[in-house]
Design a binder for this molecule. Structure first.
Ligand code: SAM
Length: 284
């Protein structure tokens, strides 16, 4: 839609007041009302003009409007039924561009609803944010996942765990899962005062783009290794990986010192270890 043909919409504060959308803590509601900030978040994945997009938790519709202004063809899932009338107004203002699903994003098949190639853009509710991310990162990669990019607002601590590098306190399972076949970076830090109501902690937008999966590596083996290794992150690998059959032999074969701790093992080393373990298991 050309800029001069943009529909005139009421300020988000008026939408919240008109529909009685007092923020619910249980639903992780911290709304963003600054349209310039919302446009900047929506620009992170690059142009989404005429491309499918998927949003979790549109709430009063601030980020939703920005995605629609950017020309995305959006499916949005909202659990709070109080928000539906405000979102219906957006469906009317952007004809044919928005479809709102009333429901729980944990139970919605995002791929079936949004379509292959969708950009997932969301200011995630903190209580289900990590679980949703893990679901998207664990999707079938053939050779890429069904989604094109993830642009997601998290609490800063979660964002740091996603992009963490080895040797840092935040490095763990989530970093390996996010980085073994994706590039993950903090694209923007967002001050708590940008939200209504302000949360207790700072937030950040993480941008994740997928890469072809390394060959010969099974996600379930990688998950098993990282669960064991980081489950006892202060222990040496020879202790923490004891519970994974074949892992100690695989360490030796690829030349990783079993005296190291999980937090020093790079993503690439975990990938090599998972590949070796997979080969050893299939040839056994
Ligand atoms: N997108 C809005 C914004 O940026 O101002 C609201 C973001 S707010 C952090 C999170 C939103 O997710 C709320 O609207 C909340 O009702 C919704 N929500 C919470 N749990 C959900 C779930 N399981 N499925 C779908 N939406 C959910």
């Amino acid at each position: 839609m050309p800029a001069d043909a943009r529909p005139t919409l009421p300020p988000l504060r008026d939408v919240i007041a008109a529909h009685g959308l007092q923020a619910s803590k249980a639903l992780g509601q911290n709304f963003l009302l600054d349209e310039q900030l919302l446009d900047r978040i929506t620009a992170i994945p690059g142009s989404i003009q005429d491309q499918p997009a998927f949003e979790v938790g549109p709430g009063p519709g601030g980020l939703t409007r920005a995605i629609l202004r950017a020309g995305g063809r959006l499916v949005a899932v909202e659990r709070d039924r109080r928000c539906l009338p405000a979102l219906a107004e957006l469906e009317l203002a952007f004809p044919g561009q928005l479809r709102v699903i009333s429901g729980d994003a944990m139970e919605v098949d995002a791929r079936a609803e949004a379509g292959d190639g969708a950009h997932i853009i969301a200011n995630l509710p903190y209580n289900v944010g990590t679980a949703l991310l893990v679901g998207w990162l664990s999707a079938l990669w053939a050779p890429l996942p069904w989604w094109s990019s993830l642009t997601l607002m998290f609490q800063m601590e979660v964002a740091e765990r996603i992009v963490a590098k080895p040797g840092t306190d935040h490095y763990g399972r989530l970093a390996v899962l996010a980085q073994w076949r994706s590039d993950a970076r903090i694209a923007m830090k967002v001050h708590r005062s940008a939200f209504t109501p302000p949360p207790k902690v700072m937030s950040a937008v993480v941008h994740i783009t997928p890469k072809p999966a390394p060959e010969g590596v099974q996600l379930k083996i990688l998950e098993r290794l990282t669960a064991a290794a980081f489950g006892q992150r202060r222990k040496m690998l020879r202790q923490s990986l004891k519970s994974v059959p074949g892992a100690l032999d695989a360490l030796e074969t690829i030349g990783i010192d079993p005296q190291r701790r999980a937090e020093t093992v790079s993503v690439e080393e975990f990938v090599t270890l998972a590949r070796q373990l997979g080969q050893a298991t299939t040839s056994a």
